[in-house]
Design a protein around this ligand. Structure first.
Ligand SMILES: NC(=O)c1ccc[n+]([C@@H]2O[C@H](COP(=O)([O-])OP(=O)(O)OC[C@H]3O[C@@H](n4cnc5c(N)ncnc54)[C@H](O)[C@@H]3O)[C@@H](O)[C@H]2O)c1
Length: 428
């Protein structure tokens, strides 16, 4: 099938590469011409395991191409996937400007009605709005379909080929089946719903995962009061099949481009329909407090931060990605800097993105050990596997003071305490 993907960011590019790999003829369209240039050279604008290899492979096979030409691309396609961003507005609701702009351009430029699939995360009712914007063309109605994306950055290619489920929401079953046929080779649970239900499934899923994180963070805070270990509590709780062990990792609170914005957008959406979603208010509050609590822990552990040197390992909002959007580590660095400390940082993938968010007084180091040299404290802010395996006896000699604040409960507390590090985790 011929498919046009509008927006070649984390979701759009992974979808474009994945659909090409499934055998479809795919064109990726983006308004950012630098991105398109890079993509046509077979280079990914962001880090995602396996992505660069499949990108190059499908460009060579001519299954995949990229351009900035929306009109030409949508006219050659049977299906158009909208994958542009839906960032938060001041009040927390999703900004639909880019989605609406793309729909307007499709409605204006397509010579006949097409199937338009929304992969961007959009509030309930957006499909209906897009349907109106698109209208009819030469006697053929556009069909708007919701096909929310559930990929996890860092595992996005795996998730494309092995999703837990595919959700397609449409007004007519026939249209939903057409979209499901695009994913025929993917073996998973396939769920067909109304458009509104599909739109809500996405928000409900992210809000539930965020709720799990805030829940375990509250348990972690209680663990610190009663002398329990949150990782062991989570292990015992998560062994129950009704609960499962995922998203029960205590730490700095959730971040990234999706959870904070989607939880707020769902709360806002509920409010807009006259329903006050109490639970989400608490989920957000707990998440914000978690970051504050950790900062207070650092201040009470290090004392006055003025003049001290703090090493922060991890800038991405989580491991295996270079994405720094709503990164807890970056927020923490800004606070520490305000207190007058010198901050040295290292991340295996996210240095370029982090540089754009931090001022020039932050010292970017090209290895963990360089960041740690002369530091009064180490903060772990991203759960990169490689940080677990640092040569700790050497680290101890390099640091001015052997003090560790592990915001991800990543390191081996017992080992570090044996080596006479002062170790603070979360909930242990
Ligand atoms: N990143 C994730 O993990 C993830 C997971 C599931 C769902 N989502 C949702 O998917 C959507 C996209 O997220 P993302 O992380 O891929 O965003 P992104 O910012 O990485 O990518 C968006 C892309 O759209 C392009 N774009 C914007 N306006 C355009 C226009 N008018 N015409 C052409 N291109 C345009 C931008 O240049 C950019 O390349 C969001 O709604 C997000 O909530 C994201």
């Amino acid at each position: 099938m011929k498919i046009a993907i509008i927006g070649t960011g984390y979701v759009g590019l992974v979808t474009a590469v994945g659909l090409a790999e499934l055998g479809h003829q795919v064109v990726g369209v983006d308004q950012n011409s630098d991105k398109i240039k890079l993509l046509n050279q077979g280079r990914s604008p962001f880090y995602e395991p396996q992505l660069a290899r499949l990108l190059k492979k499908n460009l060579l096979k001519k299954k995949l191409s990229f351009n900035c030409l929306l009109k030409k691309s949508v006219n050659l396609a049977d299906f158009i996937f909208i994958c542009v961003g839906t960032p938060p507005q001041q009040d927390g609701s999703a900004d639909l400007t880019a989605v609406k702009e793309v729909a307007t351009a499709i409605g204006r430029d397509a010579k006949k009605g097409k199937v338009v699939v929304t992969k961007s995360t959009v509030p309930v009712g957006t499909g209906k709005i897009l349907q109106k914007i698109l209208g009819r063309k030469n006697g053929r109605q556009f069909s708007t379909v919701s096909c929310p994306e559930f990929l996890r950055e860092g595992r996005a290619i795996f998730d494309f080929f092995h999703p837990d489920r595919l959700v397609v929401g449409a007004d007519e079953r026939q249209t939903a089946l057409k979209v499901m046929a695009v994913f025929k080779k993917i073996k998973t649970k396939k769920i067909i719903t109304s458009r509104e239900t599909a739109e809500l499934i996405k928000y409900a899923a992210n809000a539930f995962l965020a709720t799990k994180i805030s829940f375990i963070n509250e348990i972690a805070n209680l663990c610190e009061k009663v002398g329990a270990d949150v990782d062991q509590v989570a292990g015992g709780v998560g062994a129950d099949k009704r609960i499962n062990p995922y998203f029960l990792k205590a730490g700095l609170g959730y971040g990234g481009s999706c959870f904070p914005k989607d939880v707020r957008a769902l709360k806002q959406l509920s409010g807009g329909h006259g329903y006050f979603f109490r639970l989400l208010k608490s989920v957000i509050e707990v998440n914000n407090l978690q970051k504050k609590r950790f900062f207070e822990k650092i201040k009470s552990g290090v004392g006055n931060l003025r003049g001290k040197t703090v090493a922060v390992l991890g800038l991405a909002f989580k491991n295996d990605t270079d994405d720094t959007r709503e990164s807890a580590g970056i927020a923490l660095i800004k606070k520490i800097k305000k207190e007058g400390a010198k901050v040295k940082v290292y991340d295996p993938q996210a240095m370029v993105n982090a540089r754009a968010e931090l001022d020039e007084t932050v010292i970017f180091c090209d290895s963990e050990l360089k960041a740690l040299r002369g530091a009064d404290a180490l903060i772990i802010a991203t759960e990169w596997e490689r940080f677990k395996h640092l040569p700790w006896p050497r680290v101890k000699k390099l640091m001015k003071k052997p003090v560790i604040f592990d915001g991800k409960n990543l390191l081996d507390k017992n080992l570090l305490e044996k080596l006479k590090f002062k170790y603070w985790g979360v909930g242990k």
